[in-house]
Design a binder for this molecule. Structure first.
Ligand SMILES: CC(C)(COP(=O)(O)OP(=O)(O)OC[C@H]1O[C@@H](n2cnc3c(N)ncnc32)[C@H](O)[C@@H]1OP(=O)(O)O)[C@@H](O)C(=O)NCCC(=O)NCCS
Length: 353
């Protein structure tokens, strides 16, 4: 059996160094020994690595070998990602990514300030394929990657005289509920957007991030429709708190510089951009970030963000752990009938830089 690279002690040591988790090496090494001594686990490790490198599977519901590895069960997923690290590093270097950006991007150590053993859950493995594809870059506080064409994002209609005047119109044929969200509620109405030589028309996105049933028309002579189906800079928010407005703006500026000429719009889809969380205790940074951009509705589940907030997903709110202000606020919000949901946001270079 051809074991994945990180099952060799020298390669594992190297990979831990690349990811700034050298302190975790002895612990991970002892897990590799347990895996190698159990033929079915060793075979599973090979399968995981093959799926990871071949780009198949989402890993989210993969078997966690708690019965055999106890608390270290999820090491098998981290070892999958670490196995690909030497190749990952080579790919970033081959495309000329600056060393400081590579180092920041591949740093898997815990950013919370508390030094805890690094963890990677099954559902986080698919995200790590972006590293393997050398397609994601940590530029300050956030991660960024260039997306393919996105067709269901709102259109941005810009005033020709005053380009700072922008209006978002929902994409065509989107289904919304009565509150103007795309949710797990039964959808009740459908949008229409169109662009002719003379007229741009569509359903407005309100500044509070909901879609309006009202259709608006703009004279094409005075307004231009930009970013139709287009490439945007996708943003991802790594864990660690401390997402201050200054750090956030700095990170966005770096992204616009890094991807200059490719796109002037950053897009993010996250539970963090749930417009209804704005102003709740513990959301100062999130609220400030929402105010820097343009919110819009996206498809969502009713538990969006629960995992990131509480480390678990459940229908029984009484079982959620509450240790921080944000956890308390979100729980009070849900108990009062509020709904966790994802939101979309655009940041534009001319407004950020
Ligand atoms: C998104 C994130 C960076 C925002 O952090 P932030 O707004 O800068 O938060 P702050 O550092 O200002 O913290 C404010 C309060 O919320 C708490 N808090 C922040 N993020 C938290 C989280 N994910 N879970 C629980 N509590 C959290 C803090 O502990 C603090 O409460 P306290 O004063 O009682 O300790 C942070 O929530 C995080 O690290 N999330 C995990 C990653 C994530 O969700 N990414 C998006 C995936 S789509």
């Amino acid at each position: 059996m051809n074991l994945p690279p990180a099952y060799s002690p020298a390669i594992l040591a190297d990979a831990c160094k690349i990811c700034n988790i050298a302190d975790d090496y002895p612990h991970l090494l002892s897990t590799t020994e347990k895996i190698v001594s159990d033929s079915s686990l060793a075979e599973y490790a090979c399968d995981l690595y093959r799926e990871f490198t071949q780009g198949v599977g989402s890993f989210a519901n993969h078997y966690r070998p708690v019965d055999k590895l106890g608390e270290d069960a999820d090491h098998i997923f981290l070892l999958t990602v670490l196995s690909a690290m030497p190749e990952t590093l080579a790919r970033y270097r081959a495309q000329g990514t600056p060393e400081d950006i590579i180092t920041a991007t591949l740093d898997l150590s815990n950013k919370s300030g508390k030094r805890e053993p690094v963890k990677l859950l099954p559902r986080q493995v698919a995200y790590c394929r972006r590293y393997y594809n050398a397609a994601i870059f940590r530029l300050g506080r956030f991660h960024f990657t260039l997306s393919g064409d996105k067709r269901d994002l709102p259109a941005v209609v810009i005033n020709r005289q005053d380009p700072s005047h922008k209006v978002l119109l929902s994409a065509d044929q989107m289904l919304y509920d009565d509150n103007g969200f795309v949710d797990n509620q039964p959808p009740t109405w459908l949008t229409r957007a169109s662009l002719t030589e003379k007229v741009i028309s569509g359903n407005l996105i309100n500044p509070n991030g909901t879609a309006s049933k009202e259709r608006q028309t703009f004279a094409a002579g005075q307004w231009t429709w930009q970013y139709g189906a287009r490439t945007v800079i996708d943003m991802h928010i790594p864990a660690g708190g401390g997402m201050t407005p200054d750090l956030s703006r700095e990170s966005l500026k770096k992204a616009f510089r890094f991807f200059a000429g490719k796109s002037a719009a950053v897009y993010c889809n996250s539970w963090i951009f749930n417009p209804q969380l704005q102003g709740l205790p513990g959301t100062d940074n999130m609220t400030a970030l929402m105010k820097m951009g343009h919110l819009f509705p996206v498809k969502s589940s009713a538990k969006e963000g629960m995992f990131f907030l509480y480390g678990t997903e459940t229908d029984d709110l009484s079982t959620l752990p509450v240790h921080t202000t944000l956890q308390r606020s979100a729980l009070d919000f849900m108990r009062a009938g509020g709904q966790l949901r994802a939101g979309g946001i655009f940041f534009f270079a001319d407004e950020i830089c």
